[in-house]
Design a protein around this ligand. Structure first.
Ligand SMILES: [Zn+2]
Length: 728
């Protein structure tokens, strides 16, 4: 564990902009920095970083927090590991005490796997320096022209041609054999032992964005039909979206140059780096996926696919184009002369020659597609129209209407065709894509629903038994109940807290304050006003803490809300201009045109209002549900999980909307019920004191108190509309 002084030093030193920039390219916007959110599929920057406040936050999915929160979430690390990560980044010496055996056991499997991979990487590196390693592995790397510096930078290694070299060494180090199997480093031999998966191969470790070894690629040096072996997917590695080969080494240069080259293989990446082109990455062991593209998009908008000029290279390039376009990236394609791949090409030419070749031969996707599809048949009308259709289809997947229209213009002028017609054609494909996407989502939804258990229980526990922390929160009632609180009072408190957790920051009504000014009041402010008026307090310590957090969040909330509204307003304005331009004036007279415009305006305004609503609704909920304090987090999760269960069931969806719509009735009602329960409780207490009391003076005073409480209760009863009979 890390001592307190070191923790403070880490927290003081870590700069949020700096920490986030390792994973996302940030741009300045006003006092803040913005970028694409690394936690959800973000196409327009919704991830805000405030250096002054030392926090980051996604306005769309709500994730973020301090540098430690960010690293925990992004790297899936524990609090302790995240601190170590930051200490390492800022070269802060960590004073830590030895872990106890219990702590060692508690270390998550993920962390243990990363540790095994790091150890294995060092093992392969050291094996490169043995006699056999030098003769076989190192010789191969030298032959490819890799320098010592390059070998060190990419941490290349060698796996000895020995059935159990790694296995024996790992077991000798006390590593768990199951982990070796799960990581794909070794295979179970069925007799209680294991053997090495990558034996006799040169090793290319695969790093995640943060630089941790998450997998390996191993290349055979023999006549093996399987040239490359890759680690299987595991808890720490997902081929489809964990990483791209070389991204860790390339990310700074990609952000700096605002451009990224995609190549096919590991060796291509390494050769290009060595040739001075460091903004180069490859998809590792699989075709380009959406996950890869999101990863790239965090660092740049500009991608150039760099492939061999052979049929396979062209095919790969074509396949990537639409995927990259659909994610809003600017895509160029560069084919190398036939017979060359980036590896061989970069070895034949110096970096100036390479740069010149790139500048001269980089094509935008329209030119590339046209060139490939027409190939010497420019005059053939059938081929021409097929080529136009292909280009139109690509333009139709571009999310930004502005970019689309730029490309449409370009395409129209290149083919010498009418731009209007082209735009109509593009719109047709957009509609078609939309419909297909909708159908696909519907299918997925139905599949999901079919897979759900019939009852509304969370996942059966046996599914979770292996997970280090249970996914479904166990309902957590406040552990320490105040001694004098009756169950009834607690139930009412819970009800109030539930409204705070779920809707605390939502606008409830306007309230006239002491200064005579009416101000918008949120649910939690309304509750605060009522509670202070009657000097009420929560008896449950957990509820009291949640209430305090909510009040403390108000200031931040209103600031964040203002920022959010600014962004949403700008988007709405842009959308309005765009949609107004789309209205075809020809079919309208002045009146109907005005109506049409008003309709568009109303729709966009409503849309923005609902976004603001959503933002407010999620604000506090997310803060509480990711709180470090277990009791707070579990209580909050418990209260909102009911909503998530409902949201899976469409017929009941309406109930949720109703609750949100009826807050102005429900919240005051809940407050009165709580007050009522409190009074009842006090009345009962005094009644029992009265029974025990023999002193006439004390009895008199108790009766007076009782009388006051009855009055209070009947006043409240008027609000609740319930009949209360005062016993005389
Ligand atoms: Zn997000």
């Amino acid at each position: 564990m890390i001592d307190k002084a070191t923790v403070d030093q880490i927290l003081d030193t870590a700069d949020i902009v700096d920490v986030v920039s390792d994973f996302v390219s940030l741009r300045r916007r006003g006092a803040n920095w913005v970028g694409l959110c690394p936690f959800h599929n973000d196409r327009n920057p919704s991830f805000y970083v405030s250096r002054a406040k030392g926090i980051c936050k996604c306005f769309s999915c709500g994730k973020g927090g301090s540098p430690v929160n960010f690293i925990m979430e992004h790297e899936q690390l524990s609090y302790y590991e995240a601190l170590k990560y930051l200490a390492n980044k800022y070269h802060i010496e960590v004073h830590e005490r030895e872990l106890t055996d219990e702590e060692r056991v508690a270390q998550s499997e993920r962390e243990a796997m990363l540790m095994v991979n790091e150890w294995a990487c060092q093992f392969f590196e050291s094996q490169l320096r043995t006699e056999a390693g030098e003769e076989i592995g190192l010789a191969y790397f030298y032959e490819r022209g890799f320098s010592e510096a390059t070998i060190k930078r990419f941490r290349l290694g060698y796996s000895p041609d020995d059935r159990t070299a790694l296995y024996r060494a790992a077991i000798g180090q006390g590593f768990n054999r199951e982990l070796l199997f799960k990581l794909g480093l070794c295979k179970d031999d069925g007799h209680g032992g294991g053997f090495d998966f990558f034996r006799g191969r040169v090793m290319f470790p695969i790093f995640n964005v943060a630089g941790k070894v998450i997998a390996f690629g191993g290349r055979t040096l023999k006549n093996d039909p399987a040239k490359y072996f890759n680690s299987p997917d595991s808890l720490v590695y997902n081929k489809k979206d964990s990483t791209m080969y070389g991204l860790f080494q390339a990310k700074r240069e990609i952000a700096k140059k605002d451009k990224c080259f995609i190549v096919e293989g590991y060796a291509d990446v390494i050769s290009m780096h060595q040739a001075g082109f460091e903004n180069v990455i490859a998809s590792s062991g699989t075709a380009l996926t959406e996950g890869h593209i999101h990863l790239i998009h965090r660092f740049t908008n500009n991608v150039t696919e760099l492939f061999d000029g052979d049929a396979a290279g062209i095919h790969a390039a074509l396949r990537g184009i639409d995927m990259l376009l659909a994610e809003g990236l600017n895509i160029k394609v560069l084919l190398l002369p036939e017979g060359d791949d980036p590896d061989s090409f970069s070895r034949k030419h110096n970096s100036t020659e390479m740069q010149r070749y790139i500048d001269d031969n980089e094509d935008d996707f329209i030119r590339f597609k046209t060139r490939i599809l027409l190939q010497g048949a420019e005059k053939d009308p059938i081929k021409r129209s097929a080529a136009i259709t292909e280009v139109v289809k690509s333009i139709a997947v571009i999310p930004s209407p502005i970019t689309r229209s730029v490309y449409a213009k370009e395409c129209a002028s290149r083919f010498g065709i009418d731009e209007e017609m082209l735009l109509r054609e593009i719109q047709k494909y957009i509609n078609k894509n939309r419909e297909e996407n909708y159908k696909r989502r519907e299918r997925e939804r139905r599949r999901m629903e079919a897979g759900l258990p019939a009852n509304e229980e969370p996942l059966p526990t046996e599914n979770n038994s292996e997970a280090p922390t249970p996914v479904a929160p166990t309902p957590s009632k406040p552990a320490r109940l105040a001694a004098d609180a009756s169950q009834l009072v607690l139930r009412q408190e819970e009800n109030i807290i539930r409204y705070i957790v779920k809707y605390g920051m939502c606008y409830l009504c306007d309230t006239e304050y002491d200064d005579g000014v009416k101000r918008p009041t949120s649910v939690v402010e309304f509750i605060y006003n009522e509670m202070s008026f009657d000097s009420m307090q929560f008896t449950s310590p957990t509820y009291a803490k949640i209430y305090e957090i909510a009040l403390d969040s108000l200031k931040d909330f209103y600031q964040d809300l203002a920022n959010f509204k600014e962004v949403a307003q700008a988007e709405a304005d842009e959308q309005l201009v765009e949609e107004l331009q789309k209205i075809d004036a020809r079919g309208h007279n002045a009146d109907s045109l005005k109506k049409e415009e008003e309709k568009v305006q109303a729709r966009i305004t409503a849309n923005m209002a609902s976004k603001v609503n959503e933002f407010s609704r999620n604000y506090l909920e997310r803060r509480l549900c990711s709180h470090l304090d277990d009791e707070i987090r579990l209580t909050a999760l418990d209260m909102v999980s009911e909503k998530y269960q409902l949201s899976k069931i469409h017929t009941q969806y309406a109930t949720i909307a109703t609750e949100m719509d009826r807050l102005l009735t429900l919240v005051p009602e809940a407050l009165y019920n709580w007050k009522n329960a409190l009074l009842d409780h006090q009345i009962k207490q005094i009644q029992s004191q009265l029974k025990q009391s023999t002193d006439p003076e004390a009895q008199k005073s108790l009766l007076e108190q009782l009388q006051q409480l009855y009055v209070g209760r009947s006043e409240i009863a008027k609000y609740i509309g319930e009949r209360v009979v005062n016993p005389n």
